[in-house]
Design a protein around this ligand. Structure first.
Ligand SMILES: [Mg+2]
Ligand SMILES: [Zn+2]
Length: 184
């Protein structure tokens, strides 16, 4: 039993596209960034429940040459600033720029961070001294859920209009995640 670890704040690991904003495919500019219904208020409510907010996002568009690391960093700053104005503080944003077959140069690799691999989650757990069993993951694709499962995340939610990939629970949006977390 470790009292310090017990006292640390858990996190919600959030996929970005399709969970926070509309997934238009390779969103790289603020002008293309459209929040999904309930996203900002949902993030605020998760924060209110005592969770750190950590984004984990596959960004192979960087490796494919569709946009740059700088473009991604700028969009991330704009997202952070917008959320801060809404009273929401992001703890971290982790991204994977790689793709095993479609990326260019050094970006073309089978990495440990592209979901369904759990690398970004494992790094976040380590960086913030998190207990995976007390953490939550919200994704929209089966690969998000697989990554969460591989990292031992305690509760998994999939934003989907269809059946969730086992063992995730299907939800319509972030506000439904908040309601589920409140009821247990
Ligand atoms: Mg997604
Ligand atoms: Zn990667």
């Amino acid at each position: 039993m470790n009292a310090f670890a017990e006292a640390t704040t858990p996190a919600v690991f959030l996929d970005r596209d399709g969970v926070i904003n509309v997934d238009r495919g390779y969103v790289s500019r603020w002008s293309e960034f459209e929040f999904l219904p309930g996203a900002v208020s949902g993030l605020a409510a998760l924060q209110e429940l005592g969770y750190r907010l950590v984004i984990v996002t596959n960004q192979s568009g960087i490796g494919r040459g569709y946009y740059s690391e700088g473009d991604f960093a700028l969009l991330s700053t704009q997202l952070i600033d917008h959320l801060r104005d809404a009273g929401v503080s992001l703890t971290a944003i982790y991204h994977c720029p790689h793709h095993p077959t479609e990326a260019q140069g050094g970006y073309r690799q089978t990495c440990a961070c592209r979901k369904p691999a759990p690398g970004m989650l494992l790094r976040g757990l380590q960086d913030w001294s998190l207990d995976p069993a007390r953490c939550v993951l919200v994704g929209d694709k089966p690969s998000d859920i697989a990554a969460g499962e591989a990292a031992g995340i305690g509760r998994l939610f999939q934003v989907t209009a269809h059946e969730a990939r086992y063992p995730a629970e299907a939800v319509s949006d972030l506000s439904q995640v908040v309601r589920r977390l409140k009821t247990v």
